[in-house]
Design a protein around this ligand. Structure first.
Ligand code: NDP
Ligand code: OXD
Length: 309
C-alpha cells in the first residue's frame, strides 16, 4: 500500500485525508507530525515544509505541492533528485479568475471611490469608461494568468499579457522577455501580477516598474510577497503614480498587525486567499499523479528546477 505524508500549516488536513481516501482507497495518508517510519513514505503533499523535513524521507518518490507556486519547495527545501509536481487544477484557476475579475471590475467601475465617498456621506458620481477603453496588463500568463487574461478579454477589456516566452492567447496582446517589459507596462492601466517567485521576479514590482505605468494605475498583486517592494508601493501611492493597490501576498505572512498596509486608505489587503486549493479536486490531481508514477508513466506538471517554476 503506498504511503503519502500530508503537511500544511494552513490547509485542512482531515478534509484532505478524506478526499485522498475517496480518490484512492488503498493510499495510506499520514498527517505530519505523525509520520511513523520515515522509510515507508512514498509521496509527500506539502505546503511549507519545515527545514530538512523532506530530506529525512529516504524513499520519497514524488513531492506534490499543495499550491501552484513552488518557491516553498525550491532551494534546499527538498532533495534535488525527487521530482516536484505543482498544483494545476481547474478549480484553482476558477477561483483566481473570480478574484481577478472582481478586483478589475471593482476598480474599473470606481467602486473603491464610491465606498470611500459613502463613508463621507458624499453623493458624487464619476463618468463611466467602457472596458474597450481600458487596458489590463497581466504579468504571467500561464495556467492562472492565462485564464484570467482570456476572461478579461471576453469581457471586452484590452488585455496585454507578459511572459518569459511568447504566448498566443485569444484577444490578448503578447509581450515577452525583458526587451518588451517597458512597452507592456506603458499600456497597463491595471496591472495584475500572477508571476511565480524566481530570482528574476523578486523585487520586480518596485519603483522602476511603477514609474513606467500610466499615471493613476491600479495594482492587483496575487503572485508572491517578495515580488513587491513594499516601501516603493507606499511611495508610488503617495506620489499619485498609483491610484490603488490590492495586495494578497506579502513578504511576511501573516501580515504583522502594525504593518502600514492595513490602514492605508488606498490599499486593499486580503490574507493570501486569491484562490485556495480545493481538497476534492486537488486530491484527484494528486491521485492521478500517483497512478501515473505507479504505472511508470511520465509525471505531469513537473517543476523545472532550473527555470524555478
Ligand atoms: P505558470 O507556471 O503556469 O505560469 C507562470 C507564468 O509566468 C508563465 O506565463 C511564465 O512565462 C511567466 N513567467 C515566469 N517567469 C517570468 C519572468 N521572469 N518574466 C516574465 N514572465 C515570467 O504558473 P501559474 O499560473 O499556475 O501560477 C502563477 C503563480 O501564481 C504561482 O507561482 C503563485 O506564486 C501564484 N499563486 C497565488 C495564489 C494566491 O492565492 N495568491 C494562488 C495560486 C498561485 P512562460 O509562459 O514563458 O513560461
Ligand atoms: C498557491 C498559493 O501557490 O496558494 O497555490 O499561493
Amino acid at each position: 500500500m503506498p504511503v503519502l505524508l500530508f503537511r500544511s500549516p494552513s490547509d485542512p488536513a482531515t478534509q484532505w485525508a478524506r478526499a485522498l481516501h475517496d480518490a484512492m482507497p488503498d493510499l495510506e495518508v499520514r498527517i505530519w507530525p505523525d509520520i511513523g517510519d520515515p522509510a515507508e513514505i512514498d509521496y509527500a503533499l506539502i505546503w511549507a515544509a519545515p527545514d530538512r523535513m523532506l530530506h529525512d524521507l529516504p524513499n520519497l518518490r514524488v513531492i506534490f505541492s499543495l499550491g501552484a507556486g513552488v518557491d516553498h519547495l525550491l532551494g534546499d527545501a527538498a532533495p534535488a533528485t525527487v521530482p516536484i509536481v505543482r498544483m494545476v487544477d481547474p478549480a484553482l484557476a476558477e477561483g483566481m479568475v473570480e478574484y481577478v475579475l472582481y478586483q478589475v471590475l471593482r476598480h474599473h467601475r470606481g467602486m473603491h471611490h464610491y465606498e470611500a465617498r459613502q463613508r463621507r456621506s458624499e453623493w458624487r458620481a464619476h463618468g463611466q469608461t467602457r472596458p474597450g477603453e481600458r487596458t489590463v496588463g497581466v504579468l504571467g500568463v500561464g495556467e492562472l494568468g492565462g485564464r484570467c487574461a482570456r476572461q478579461l478579454a471576453a469581457l471586452g477589456f484590452r488585455v496585454a499579457g507578459y511572459s518569459r516566452t511568447r504566448r498566443d492567447l485569444p484577444g490578448v496582446s503578447s509581450y515577452a522577455g525583458d526587451d518588451e517589459f517597458s512597452a507592456f507596462l506603458a499600456r497597463s492601466e491595471m496591472l495584475v501580477c500572477l508571476l511565480p517567485l524566481t530570482p528574476a521576479t523578486t523585487d520586480l514590482l518596485g519603483a522602476d516598474c511603477f514609474r513606467q505605468l500610466p499615471r493613476g494605475a491600479v495594482l492587483i498583486h496575487a503572485g508572491r510577497g517578495a515580488q513587491l517592494c513594499e516601501p516603493d508601493l507606499l511611495a508610488a501611492l503617495d506620489a499619485g503614480r498609483l491610484d490603488h493597490a490590492v495586495v494578497d501576498v506579502f513578504r511576511e505572512e501573516p501580515l504583522p498587525a502594525d504593518h502600514p498596509f492595513w490602514s492605508h486608505p488606498r490599499i486593499s489587503v486580503t490574507p493570501h486567499v486569491a484562490s485556495l486549493t480545493n481538497p476534492v479536486t486537488g486530491a484527484e490531481r494528486v491521485v492521478r499523479g500517483i497512478h501515473r508514477d505507479l504505472a511508470g508513466d511520465p509525471l505531469e506538471q513537473v517543476v523545472d528546477r532550473e527555470r524555478g517554476y
